[in-house]
Design a protein around this ligand. Structure first.
Ligand SMILES: Nc1ncnc2c1ncn2[C@@H]1O[C@H](COP(=O)(O)OP(=O)(O)O)[C@@H](O)[C@H]1O
Ligand SMILES: [Mg+2]
Length: 214
């Protein structure tokens, strides 16, 4: 699989995992690590990495858990991703920046493809024209028992549409991410997220040191 660095000077790092795993908390650690090495960093997220994407995010994350079917979710997410790639991710990579993104295509594969039941082939065929050759160089998978992750997310509050899906959905999701990591160990690294924030951060810094030549 090609990666972002195969055809642009920047590098593309994604954080993945279930609700409450600590992605949004730990993304700052990645940013600080890279900036301390003199690298220009763009921190962003999906959905919602552009103004139009923020509108799409609002449609996705609020309301009843069955408000959108998995296929409708996928199409909304891909509209967000297309704008994000065109307007934020590819221009930054072309500029030699490091892009650090809170969720990307593995979430679509896990949520809508596996947990939502659409299947990975359908997801691949829909998202391939959106992704082109822009794929992550490194993906940090923050892994946690969904019961623990969901209770962290409940405490955090905010929009909880995905959090309100069944525990079985979230358990399927966790296993899907772990399977992806097994299939692509050169890209994805599993981080045990069921520890205190500092211990998780230390692991992330170690992995970045090993995986990125910076
Ligand atoms: N390692 C951790 N231990 C305990 N609480 C955590 C940990 N990491 C994050 N949290 C808390 O759990 C909640 C969810 O974390 P967040 O980073 O928003 O997760 P995500 O972005 O993966 O959904 C937040 O309130 C955050 O402060
Ligand atoms: Mg988050």
């Amino acid at each position: 699989m090609d990666s972002a660095s195969a055809n642009s000077p920047g590098r593309f790092i994604t954080l993945e995992g279930g609700e409450g795993a600590g992605k949004s908390s730990q993304i700052q650690v990645v940013k600080d690590y890279l900036e301390a090495r003199g690298i220009d960093v763009v921190v962003t997220r999906e959905p919602g990495g552009t103004p139009v994407g923020q509108e799409i995010r609002n449609l996705l994350v609020s309301g009843d858990k069955d408000k959108w079917s998995p296929l409708s979710e996928t199409l909304l997410i891909l509209a967000d991703r297309a704008a994000h790639l065109e307007r934020v991710i590819r221009p930054a990579l072309a500029d030699g920046k490091y892009v650090v993104c809170d969720r990307f295509f593995d979430s679509t594969r896990a949520y809508q493809g596996i947990a939502g039941g659409l299947g990975l082939e359908v997801i691949h065929n829909l998202q391939q024209p959106v992704l082109g050759t822009t794929l992550p160089d490194v993906t940090l998978l923050l892994d946690i028992d969904p019961e623990k992750g969901l209770s962290r997310a409940q405490e955090r509050g905010g929009d909880l549409r995905f959090e309100s899906k069944t525990l079985a959905y979230h358990q399927t999701l966790r296993q899907a991410f772990l399977d992806f990591a097994k299939q692509e160990p050169e890209r994805m690294v599993v981080i045990d997220a069921d520890r205190d924030i500092e211990a998780v951060s230390t692991d992330i810094i170690t992995v970045l040191g090993e995986r990125l030549d910076v």
